[in-house]
Ligand binder design. Structure first.
Ligand code: DC
Length: 220
């Protein structure tokens, strides 16, 4: 029987890096489900489709040829229409638009179908917002990862600086707060801790320490 691990948490809580690191340690595959929501959002922005036009978005979904691959080294590659869009899905314009797009039920159903196709074989660690609550309610292990707003904003700012996208720390804090509120307050599959998830605040932990903390709970 395959083993599934669900990791949920807010923006810049370290889910991506922890999921990759834990997958390497345990020999699991890793899947960043936010990447699928980001790829859909990037496609809409690239094609000048208004992210508030739910009807048009729903009609557009079946035209998106979305492919997600988890490579051997746990690096994710995302393709739309045969083009590798992996670096572009992390652009800040995508980050700011994606909570609106991820709130549409049609988009969530579309993404969940893509995810189900990828994750039906093998042992997976999946990260997102609704993995423990909706996508994998029967996951053997569930974690809710978080950190203080300031720590998360510093991490996000470092990522943006490295990409040459410059914002002040206060701007990044405001952006994160707004994105979290949109994810928490949406009606369908909002960000929330599953009742049976283990809560981990990694504000004062390094990446390695966070991975070790999660790994201690997992008995294979
Ligand atoms: O983790 P991330 O920042 O790459 O996620 C991008 C967006 O996708 C974020 O606004 C929340 C949304 N998302 C979601 O609604 N459900 C998931 N399982 C994963 C991400």
């Amino acid at each position: 029987m395959s083993i599934n691990i669900a990791i949920d948490g807010p923006v810049a809580s370290g889910k991506g890096a922890v999921t990759k690191g834990l997958a390497k340690k345990l020999g699991f595959s890793a899947l960043d489900t936010g990447a699928a929501y980001r790829a859909v959002t990037l496609f809409l922005l690239d094609n000048d489709i208004d992210i508030h036009d739910e009807k048009r978005i729903l009609l557009t979904l079946n035209k998106i040829d979305l492919r997600i691959f988890s490579a051997q080294n746990h690096d994710l590659r995302v393709f739309t229409q045969g083009q590798d869009v992996t670096p572009r899905i992390r652009d800040n314009k995508v980050s700011l638009a994606v909570p609106v797009v991820a709130a549409y039920i049609g988009v969530r159903e579309y993404v969940n179908r893509q995810i189900a196709a990828v994750a039906s074989q093998g042992n997976y660690i999946m990260e997102g917002r609704d993995i423990g609550t909706v996508v994998l309610p029967n996951a053997q292990y569930k974690f809710f990862l978080t950190a203080s707003l300031e720590v998360r904003a510093k991490r996000r700012k470092a990522d943006l600086d490295a990409k040459g996208e410059y914002y002040s720390l206060l701007e990044v804090m405001a952006q994160i707060k707004e994105r979290d509120e949109q994810d928490i307050n949406r009606i369908i599959a909002p960000l929330k801790q599953a009742p049976d998830a283990i809560y981990i605040d990694n504000s004062n932990l390094t990446l390695e320490q966070t991975i070790d903390t999660l790994a201690k709970y997992i008995k294979l």
